[in-house]
Design a protein around this ligand. Structure first.
Ligand code: IPE
Ligand code: IPE
Ligand code: MG
Length: 224
């Protein structure tokens, strides 16, 4: 059975779910948070050490301001309400992406990271204002500036996920088959599952099924 240390998830489909069930995209984002909590709990149960969640891409700034404002308000409220709980569950929160938000949100993100920095059960990388191309270009600039030797092993140290092994499993919900600028370098050998369900409908059972399937895949890494 394949080992599983790191799951990465593109949580897609909130807007469509919200429109369908509540006539509001934002309601979909709100309900999507329930799935986030369920999946975090199950990840701990499954003894997986790293979970990377794509919450806001560098391209998501193209959305209407009203939706963007709602998303960040939702995140702010979630952290204010749940950070103690995450801390109690021994979860370490790490933000990947550029922290270019309001002063208030930046402060909250930094304090949430600090508060949980010593925790060891599960590391959650929350991808916020994250874009893989930007991440790779920044890494290239830094490695050149440092006059470091350019090879794979060194290069990964300059990525924002330097603290994390590459994901073995990548899941995208929402019935769309693309990576949308997520972990392009890190997912070079990930097993990718595209799930039809919209994120608010995705549950522990679906997650466990994917994990089971993943564990039985013959992973070749170029071998036969
Ligand atoms: C993903 O859901 C969440 C974010 C990008 C913040 P979407 O909002 O993209 O939902 P759909 O794809 O429009 O249904
Ligand atoms: C990807 O979803 C980003 C997140 C889930 C945060 P999008 O819904 O933004 O992706 P595209 O625009 O359909 O590719
Ligand atoms: Mg989408």
């Amino acid at each position: 059975m394949n080992p599983l240390n790191h799951v990465a998830i593109i949580m897609d489909g909130n807007g469509r779910w919200g429109l369908k069930h509540k006539n509001s995209r934002n309601e979909g984002h709100r309900f999507g948070l329930n799935t986030v909590e369920k999946i975090i709990k199950e990840t701990i149960k499954q003894k997986i050490r790293y979970l990377t969640l794509y919450a806001f891409s560098t391209e998501n700034w193209n959305r209407p301001k009203k939706e963007i404002d709602y998303l960040f308000k939702l995140l702010e409220n979630f952290l204010l309400k749940k950070i103690q709980d995450l801390n109690k569950q021994n979860i370490k929160l790490k933000i990947i992406g550029s922290k270019k938000f309001s002063k208030k949100l930046n402060k909250l993100l930094i304090s949430s990271e600090k508060k949980t920095s010593k925790n060891t059960t599960l590391q959650i990388n929350l991808a916020l204002n994250y874009g893989s191309k930007f991440e790779i270009l920044s890494a290239v600039k830094k490695i050149i500036k440092n006059k470091d030797i350019i090879n794979e092993k060194n290069f990964r140290k300059y990525l924002q996920t330097n603290h994390t092994p590459d994901p073995e499993l990548l899941i995208r919900t929402g019935n769309t088959k693309r990576l949308s600028n997520f972990l392009l370098w890190q997912s070079a050998y990930a097993e990718i599952f595209f799930e039809k369900k919209l994120w608010p409908d995705f549950n522990e059972k679906d997650y466990i099924n994917i994990i089971k399937k993943y564990k039985r895949i013959k992973r070749n890494f170029g071998n036969i």
